[in-house]
Design a protein around this ligand. Structure first.
Ligand SMILES: *Cc1c(COP(=O)(O)O)cnc(C)c1O
Length: 430
């Protein structure tokens, strides 16, 4: 296997670093966790990416989740073109915003009212403000390893036990900003129960990735989500499902539809923007009506509900109404996951595999991964070998062990089978 030629990417990365901090506009793109220099992309089509050196890759990042229909899906591209020609932003309401809200509510009935924003971060930040304003309480519970965007108060590293205060994970976040945040281990319902019994009356909300996708894919234990619902109801705490990744990914109705749990608020992003920058938060009418201008809790946005982004989101969600899409995605994803699992088994490579619909993960570890602590036990050096081995063979996986593999409708059986074949070669070098 010849080494990839990536001269132009290397040159672009060197130049990018003279203008952009670290050469990238979002840190994980920089390959810091796997070493090497990032590949600069020229174009995407279907399940493939082409880099500036004209290497082609089968892409399993899918822009980190949004591209469930693949790159440059012709129907989405057409709607974006049409929308652009009518003007890119008006700063006044449009019917497209009603349409996208309607499509979201049809798939996720718990979102009785929806407010559009521009990113997942903005959605979670706004949902937390709303929960605090609505309950007139300050404290927030989040879980270790769950990512909700770069919201100040959520950039927290848990203390050593539920009684100790956490510390900020980033300079620039004052201790005072996280003093109302309680970080608990994911999948540990007793920890939630204990904290809520003690100080339930202080807690505004619990925010959770109902199926976690930002420490690799970690599934909730049986009864965990039901437990969260029960405890929050008992203490009058707002339950926020962060479905920025899982909404329309695992099913049109997200994790809440698969587990039959109705959160009070839900945050969305990624797929609902069809590849353009969109986020949304929504939920119970009584809570959402506290948002300005119908209520006192302020939240606004110059480009929120942007007509081009709405057009991309509408066509995407309309296409996704076809339930046959999720059936095919399930088959393809299962084919990939089962194939990767077999490669590991045959080669005697310790690995723990997780999957829900078209998001999946191969953890290089011999222990089950159920939370952040167990995820951290993975062999990240082995993951780096996996990543570079696959990249050299033309398969673009996330440059970090702690991310999901995303399958899109554009992935064919042929590409999936060649991915498995390449993986079989790569493990020989482990
Ligand atoms: C990606 C993601 C976010 C942040 O969304 P951005 O659009 O990157 O701000 C929040 N929550 C979850 C669960 C995510 O996966």
């Amino acid at each position: 296997m010849s080494k990839l030629i990536t001269e132009k990417s290397k040159k672009a990365f060197a130049e990018a670093q003279t203008f952009i901090p670290g050469g990238v506009n979002s840190p994980v793109r920089a390959f810091g966790a796997v070493g090497g220099t990032p590949i600069f992309i020229k174009s995407g089509s279907g399940c493939c990416l082409t880099d500036v050196d004209d290497n082609r890759y089968v892409d399993y990042v899918g822009s980190w989740g949004p591209l469930i229909l693949g790159h440059a899906e012709p129907r989405i591209v057409k709607k974006i073109h049409d929308a652009v020609a009518r003007g890119t932003s008006y700063g006044a309401p449009t019917e497209a915003e009603i349409k996208l809200a309607q499509l979201i509510k049809e798939a996720m009935p718990s979102l009785e009212r929806v407010r559009m924003v521009n990113s997942g971060t903005e959605a979670t930040m706004s949902a937390i403000r709303l929960a605090r304003g609505f309950t007139k309480r300050d404290a927030v519970i989040k879980f270790e390893g769950c990512y909700h965007g770069h919201v100040d108060s959520l950039l927290i590293q848990a203390g050593s036990g539920a009684m100790t205060l956490g510390t900020p994970t980033s300079p620039g976040v004052p201790l005072d900003f996280i003093k109302h945040t309680i970080s608990l281990p994911y999948n540990d319902i007793d920890a939630v129960h204990e904290v809520c019994e003690r100080r339930g009356k202080d807690i505004a909300c619990i925010i959770v990735e109902a199926v976690a996708g930002n420490m690799g894919v970690v599934l909730p234990k049986k009864g965990y989500l039901e437990g969260l619902r029960e405890i929050t109801r008992k203490h009058g705490i707002v339950l926020i499902f962060d479905e920025v990744m899982t909404g329309f990914r695992v099913a049109p109705g997200g994790v809440q539809s698969l587990y039959h749990i109705t959160p009070d608020l839900t945050t969305l992003g990624k797929i609902i923007g069809g590849g353009l920058p969109v986020g949304a938060y929504g939920g119970k009418k009584e809570i959402m009506d506290s948002v300005s201008p119908s209520g006192p809790i302020y939240q606004a946005g110059t480009l929120s509900g942007n007509p081009v982004a709405m057009a991309a989101g509408i066509v995407t969600l309309e296409i996704l109404k076809d339930s046959a899409i999720y059936k095919t995605l399930e088959e393809k994803s299962n084919r990939l996951a089962a194939g990767m699992e077999k490669v590991c088994r045959d080669a005697g490579i310790p690995a723990y595999h997780t999957r829900l619909g078209s998001m999946l993960c191969t953890f290089f570890t011999d222990l089950p991964v159920t939370d952040y602590a167990t995820a951290r036990k993975c062999d990240t050096k082995r993951y780096a070998k996996f990543f570079h081995g696959m990249l050299e063979r033309g398969f673009y996986f996330a440059p970090s062990q702690f991310e999901a593999v995303f399958v899109s409708t554009a992935h064919g059986e042929k590409e999936i089978d060649s991915t498995i074949d390449a993986f079989r070669e790569v493990v020989k070098g482990f």
